[in-house]
Ligand binder design. Structure first.
Ligand code: SAH
Ligand code: SF4
Ligand code: F3S
Length: 474
C-alpha cells in the first residue's frame, strides 16, 4: 500500500495540510449514516481513511464492495431502524457473498461483537475511535477472519485527517472540534459509546476551516457533544497544562475560526446550559459571521427531574442562561431538546416543562419521549415507570405547543429583511433558492442573478412553522 503522504507544515498561524495524490484499488465504498451530526462528520473521516487505502466512495449500495453503516444508539427506535437495514443488506449479500458489510459508530460500540457473532448481521465491527484500523479490518474479513475493534481512546481526535465531504452542497460543512462526553446525563448512552471527552488541536481546526473556505465553502458548524467544555492545554479546573503551548477555550476557538475570513459563517452545536459562558455570548455578538443561533437543550422544565437526569443545572439556572443570551444578543435564535416522560415524571413536572417552553418561546425544538438505554445511570437507578401512552400524550402536548411557537416566531419575521447564505435550490422547485438566516431559519426565495454560496438579502413575505418565504432585495 502506498505510504501515507500527509504532510503538515506551519505557515504563520495556519496549519496547511497537503493532500496526497490519490490512488485507487478498484474497489468501491458505500457509507450510510444515522444519528447526530457528529456521526455524519465521522463518516467523512471514514471516507478519507478508506480513500487513502484506495477505495472510491459511491452513492449506490448495489455497486459497492464494502458497505459501512454508521449507527446511533440514542433511543431504541434508532437501533431498530439500523437492524432492519442490516437485515435487508444481509438478504442482498446472498447474491453477492464477497460484499463486506460493516457496522460503525455507537451501536457498534454498545453491542460490540453481538451483531457479528450472535446475530450474524455484519462481517465487521468498528467503534468510533477505531476508524484508522478500517482498511486492516477489511483485509481481515477478506481473509475469512472476524474483524472487531471497539477500543475507545483517550487521545484520538482524527485531528490531521482531511475529511472527504459526502452529500455536500459545497457551501456548508461540519468540523468536529472534540469527541466523547464526560457528563453522564443519567438517560444518555453517549458517554458509553463515545468514551471520554477530548478536544482537538485548535490549529488543525482553523486549518480545516481555512481549507474549506479556499474551496468555496461559506459556512462551518463546529461539533461537539458539549462545545462549551472545549479546552486545549487546560485542565478541567482551567489550569494551564503546558506553559510553552497556547491555551484555548471555546470562546477563543470561536473567535479564531471567525477570523479565518469574515465571509465564512460559523455555527456550533451543542451548547450545554451548565457550561455556556457569557464569554461565548460576547464572542458571538462581536463577530458578525458567528451566527446568532444557540441550540441549548433543556430536557425538562422541572428542577427535580433535571437533578435526576444529572444535568447539572436547575430551572432557574436555565432561565438565567436564556436571559444572558437575550441581553447580549436580543435577536438570537434559540432551539432546544426536550424529553417527555422521564422516570418518575409527574403530571405537575410535565406542566413545568410546558410552562418553561411558554416562558422561553423557542424558535425550534427536537422532542422525544424517554427511551431507557442499557447500562445508563437511569436504567440502573430509576424505574422507567411512565406508561407509554402517557409519554406519547405528554410528547404530543410538547410538540403542539412548539408548533405554535415556531409559527409565531416565523410570523414575527414577516416584513423583515435577513442576510441569507444561498445553500442550493429549494427541494420543491428549481426556480427557487434556499438558505438560512443567521437565526438558522430556512428561507426560500425565487432565483435571481446570484449563485449558490452567495450572500443575499431576503425580504420575508410569507411563512409556515418551518420555513420563511420571500424575495431577494438588491
Ligand atoms: N450532547 C447533547 C445531546 C446529545 S443526544 C446535549 O447534551 O444536549 C440528543 C438528544 O437526544 C438529547 O438532547 C436528548 O434530548 C435526546 N436523548 C438522549 N438520550 C435519550 C433517551 N434515552 N431517550 C430519549 N431521548 C434521549
Ligand atoms: Fe449525553 Fe449529556 Fe453528554 Fe449530551 S451532555 S451527550 S445528553 S451525556
Ligand atoms: Fe447517536 Fe451516537 Fe450521536 S448515540 S446521537 S450517533 S453520539
Amino acid at each position: 500500500m502506498e505510504e501515507k503522504l500527509l504532510k503538515e507544515e506551519r505557515q504563520g498561524e495556519v496549519l496547511v495540510i497537503d493532500q496526497k495524490t490519490p490512488f485507487l484499488n478498484g474497489k468501491k465504498l458505500y457509507v450510510e449514516s444515522y444519528g447526530c451530526q457528529m456521526n455524519f462528520s465521522d463518516s467523512e473521516i471514514v471516507a478519507s481513511i478508506m480513500g487513502d487505502a484506495g477505495y472510491e466512495t459511491t452513492n449506490n449500495a448495489n455497486e459497492a464492495d464494502v458497505i459501512l453503516i454508521n449507527t446511533c444508539s440514542i433511543r431504541d427506535n434508532a437501533e431498530q431502524r439500523v437492524r432492519n437495514r442490516l437485515k435487508q443488506f444481509q438478504k442482498e449479500k446472498k447474491d453477492n457473498p464477497d460484499k463486506v458489510i460493516g457496522i460503525l459508530g455507537c451501536m457498534a460500540e454498545r453491542l460490540k461483537s453481538q451483531l457479528l457473532e450472535e446475530e450474524k448481521l455484519v462481517d465487521l465491527v468498528a467503534g468510533p475511535d477505531a476508524y484508522r484500523e478500517l482498511p486492516g479490518l477489511i483485509t481481515e474479513v477478506e481473509s475469512g477472519q472476524k474483524a472487531v475493534n471497539v477500543l475507545l481512546s483517550r487521545e484520538e481526535t482524527y485531528a490531521e485527517i482531511s475529511p472527504v465531504r459526502l452529500d455536500t452542497n459545497g457551501v456548508s460543512a461540519f468540523i468536529s472540534i472534540m469527541r466523547g462526553c464526560d457528563n453522564m446525563c443519567s438517560f444518555c448512552v453517549v458517554p458509553f459509546t463515545r468514551g471520554r471527552e477530548r478536544s482537538r488541536d485548535p490549529k488543525s481546526i482553523v486549518a480545516e476551516a481555512a481549507d474549506l473556505f479556499s474551496k468555496g465553502y461559506r459556512e462551518v458548524t463546529l461539533l461537539g457533544q458539549n462545545v462549551d467544555s472545549y479546552r486545549w492545554n487546560l485542565s478541567k479546573k482551567g489550569e494551564v497544562l503546558n506553559a510553552e503551548e497556547e491555551t484555548v477555550n471555546f470562546a477563543q476557538l470561536l473567535e479564531k475560526v471567525a477570523l479565518v475570513n469574515s465571509g465564512l459563517r460559523v455555527r456550533f452545536s451543542t451548547s450545554h446550559p451548565k457550561d455556556m459562558t457569557d464569554e461565548v455570548l460576547y464572542a458571538m455578538a462581536k463577530h458578525e459571521n458567528i451566527c446568532e443561533y444557540i441550540h441549548l437543550p433543556v430536557q425538562s422544565g422541572n428542577s427535580e427531574v433535571l437533578q435526576k437526569m444529572n444535568r447539572g443545572y436547575s430551572r432557574e439556572w436555565y432561565f438565567d442562561r436564556i436571559d444572558a443570551i437575550r441581553r447580549i444578543m436580543p435577536d438570537c435564535g434559540i432551539s432546544t431538546d426536550v424529553i417527555a416522560g422521564f422516570c418518575g415524571e409527574t403530571e405537575e413536572q410535565h406542566q413545568e416543562t410546558l410552562s418553561l417552553m411558554e416562558a422561553v418561546n423557542y424558535d425550534f425544538a427536537y422532542m422525544f419521549y424517554y427511551s431507557e438505554r442499557p447500562k445508563t445511570l437511569a436504567e440502573r437507578k430509576y424505574e422507567d415507570d411512565v406508561p407509554l401512552e402517557v409519554k406519547k400524550r405528554r410528547l404530543n402536548e410538547i410538540i403542539d405547543l412548539q408548533m405554535k411557537h415556531s409559527l409565531e416566531s416565523n410570523k414575527k419575521a414577516v416584513g423583515k429583511t435577513f442576510k441569507v447564505l444561498i445553500e442550493g435550490h429549494s427541494k420543491r422547485s428549481k426556480v427557487h433558492f434556499c438558505g438560512r438566516n443567521t437565526q438558522n431559519v430556512m428561507c426560500v426565495f425565487p432565483v435571481k442573478n446570484y449563485a449558490i454560496g452567495d450572500y443575499v438579502y431576503v425580504n420575508i413575505t410569507e411563512c409556515t412553522a418551518a420555513t420563511l418565504m420571500g424575495e431577494i432585495v438588491d
